[in-house]
Design a binder for this molecule. Sequence first.
Ligand code: PHE
Length: 364
Amino acid sequence: MTDDLPDPRDNADADPCRAALHDIAAAADLRALEALRVALLGKAGWLTLRLKELGKLAPEARRARGVELNTLKESLLTAIEARRVALEESALAARLASERIDVTLPARPAAPGLIHPISRTMDEIAALFGAMGFTVAEGPDIETDWHNFGALNIPAHHPARADHDTFYLPPENGEGAPRVLRTHTSPVQMRTMLREKPPIRIIAMGRTYRADHDATHSPMFHQCEGLVIDRAITLGHLKGCLVDFLRAFFGLPDLPVRFRASYFPFTEPSMEVDIGWNRQSGELGRGSDWLEILGSGMVHAKVLANGGIDPGEWQGFAFGMGIERITMLKHGINDLRPFFDGDLRWLRHYGFSPLAPAMLHEGV
Ligand code: PHE
């Protein structure tokens, strides 16, 4: 490289650094440019060596030569910097071109898919209870025996366990009680009580499991749990809250709702909730038949205590309902099995547009 360059002294007429400037402007990439910089201005570079030789010259000649070399140095540095910027810009442009993503591609496929009726119902439940000040809590599908049963006042050998047709899993570390696939969403009551201080106002929706399979039972199904705990919550609040919810959910302001004394180990008193319908036609709110729709009651003092809440100070209600059941009733779906078959023809018939989400102002 050094030899290729014109010695400015040899060629006083021509631009002394034209060749060097030409090489710089033609540098193909940053690496070639850096090689040129080192050859010209590096420790043993062409110009550096000549600057070092200045000391050997007589003062007069040194000044003239010094000015000349420094001017040259300036133009070389300027040219190198200009080329560096140009090379970096074109490298960036090339990268941008090669990594280009066309964000104008349609965000939605022509067919946007459909919301499963179960998801739709859960959205509606969240919207309605959300409007009543509830938040949404969650718990695991694989539960401890204690959360699913023991803490809810269902001790081992309690007859209620037999009703639940439980799926058992081996204990966590091979020791202790077997784990269970939660048979209801009620263990989320316990998890919430242990995690939060009252007042509490939550719903919990999700999958539940029981070894049961026919036209109206699936081994996996969905429930919605509700839990309200405060200092002065009464059965009246329970009734008002559920009546409001059921009438809004089914869109029937005069839907008959009946509270019938029942038994659950974790509530006292306990009530089954029925709605009026016509068994023959399946029509809701008409006829003189009753259909059981959910379980409810005032949270048992033992359950509060198990959840670390003083039953002398706090009380509240809880309820649990099957999501499939109310979905089938609302939309006139008479078989439970296709809910989980993944048949797109069924979904096309019963599914909901994702572009029209469940919102209160649209009249869930
Ligand atoms: N967990 C009960 C069931 O699955 C329903 C329920 C929940 C009843 C909360 C009362 C209170 O049947």
